[in-house]
Design a binder for this molecule. Structure first.
Ligand SMILES: Nc1nc2c(ncn2[C@@H]2O[C@H](COP(=O)(O)OP(=O)(O)OP(=O)(O)O)[C@@H](O)[C@H]2O)c(=O)[nH]1
Ligand SMILES: [Mg+2]
Length: 446
């Protein structure tokens, strides 16, 4: 019955006229630059002390809501966002240059989820931002490791890798009123009547393939209305254009169910039940949202007008073509929005400041053990394995992080092979659990 002229596969997000409302992206911070292990050197002078400068931090990737962007199109076309690496330290104590940050502008209303679908940020308002991938820390140069007993460290720290994350961005338009209705009900005609929005209008279903926003003036007040593509029975199961456009009414304070009094193929009075069921299937919290029933095409209404008024005494009957009932509608909507906003304020930006848990995990692998955990892996990655002293320092760090204890608890014994961040070590436990936290003794020093 409703044959879409164009089908969008589920989960792909809307796309009409360059409007994209869902993307998956990969962000990576720049790697930190390595520290330098240089020694002071001048012609005809004896070899001097260590003078290697620090590597610089890598650049970070930030997502920032900005009014100049209205779609996620740009990110769909360029889903890999990488910040620049930090410069390496050099001799004469010269530090590297900080990696250039990348700032990606997204439309206000963009919601950010991580790979596990955990909400990390709701960039609801212009200026809201989140560091999506931090740059790696730069490694320190050998100058920093000089002590009274270690005059000439010939090694330096390597830079840490930058953070990498896969994210799913979803745009939820910021509207006060969400217009929901069957295809061809007259939603686009209505929004073009009450606002400056000029969506395409045509006498067939699925004219609208992406949402339209319109700003409506009601005296002093203004409110934003969203016109979304039509819903059909079974939209939650992918019928018609599916139900993913409902994400754009999730922030609406008031929902409008638009009934087409001129519908030929069904009793439009039953539409409200169908629409409510589709909303509930998409997001059960939409069920409790303040709503209004509006019957349109009054000029073609006939007997149905009386039926509507009997069934919903509060309903408004209008014609977006003749303009009948439109002034009253605007006043009603403005009041409903004001009341609903007093109860449930508009979206505020939200950024989850995750104190990232960083448990050390040990798994049995190929007769050895594999250790994972961000801090432990980074410690290994920033160590210059070619230098014994640097390795000794790494061992102490791993012990103080509890890696040794976790390995022992897992059943590792002396001589087992342990892999961390691609490096292979022989397990040489230090001693009992009690002193596992004190970075005192290490093999080679005792
Ligand atoms: N007579 C009359 N026709 C109307 C009225 N409102 C809309 N129409 C007509 O109904 C048809 C569909 O209108 P649209 O505004 O495109 O409908 P829609 O709900 O946006 O449809 P989709 O985008 O396909 O979901 C068009 O031919 C409009 O001219 C009205 O109040 N009276
Ligand atoms: Mg339309």
């Amino acid at each position: 019955m409703w044959s879409p002229r164009r089908r969008l596969s589920k989960g792909q997000g809307a796309s009409q006229g360059g409007f994209v409302d869902e993307v998956r992206i990969f962000v990576s911070g720049g790697a930190g630059g390595s520290g330098s292990a240089a020694f002071h050197h001048e012609p005809y002078k004896p070899k001097g002390g260590p003078d290697g400068g620090d590597g610089a931090d890598g650049g970070s990737v930030t997502l920032r809501a900005d009014r100049s962007v209205g779609t996620l199109l740009e990110l769909r076309d360029h889903p890999h966002v990488k910040a620049a690496p930090g410069g390496a330290g050099r001799s004469k104590r010269r530090d590297g240059a900080h990696g250039k940050n990348r700032v990606v502008l997204v439309p206000p209303g963009t919601v950010v989820h991580d790979e596990d679908e955990v909400l990390i940020a709701d960039l609801a308002n212009p200026g809201d931002e989140i560091v999506a991938a931090a740059g790696g820390r730069g490694g320190r140069g050998n100058v920093r490791f000089t002590t009274s007993t270690r005059r000439a460290p010939s090694w330096a720290e390597k830079g840490e890798p930058g953070e990498e994350r896969r994210l799913r961005l979803e745009l939820r338009l910021l509207a006060d009123v969400g217009l929901v209705g069957f295809p061809n009900a007259g939603k686009s005609t209505l929004i073009s009547r009450i606002s400056a929005a000029r969506p395409k209008i045509a006498p067939y279903p699925f004219t609208t393939l992406a949402p339209n926003l319109g700003v409506v003036r009601a005296g002093e007040a203004t409110f934003v209305v969203a016109d979304i593509p039509g819903l059909v029975p079974g939209a939650h199961a992918g019928k018609g254009l599916g139900d993913r456009f409902l994400r754009h009414v999730r922030r609406a304070a008031v929902l409008v169910f638009l009934i087409d009094l001129a519908a030929q193929d069904r009793d439009p009075l039953d539409d409200v039940v169908v629409l409510e069921a589709e909303l509930a299937a998409f997001d059960p919290t939409l069920t409790g949202r303040p709503s209004l029933v509006i019957a349109t095409k009054l000029d073609l209404g006939g007997d149905r007008i009386a039926q509507v008024e009997r069934r919903w005494p509060d309903a408004l009957v209008i014609s977006a073509v003749t303009g009948a009932g439109i002034d009253g509608l605007i006043i009603r909507l403005a009041r409903a929005v004001a009341e609903a906003r007093a109860e449930a304020p508009a979206a505020v930006g939200y950024v989850r400041h995750v104190v990232r848990e960083d448990p050390i995990r040990v798994i049995r692998e190929d007769g050895g053990w594999r250790v994972s955990g961000r801090r432990a892996e980074r410690a290994v990655q920033s160590t210059d394995m070619a230098h014994d002293e640097a390795v000794v320092r790494l061992q102490r760090r791993l012990i103080s992080m509890g890696v040794e204890r976790v390995l022992e608890d897992a059943g590792a014994v002396r001589g087992d092979e342990v892999r961390i961040a691609g490096q292979v070590f022989g397990f040489e436990p230090e001693g009992s659990r009690e002193d596992a936290e004190s970075p005192g003794r290490t093999p080679g020093e005792s």
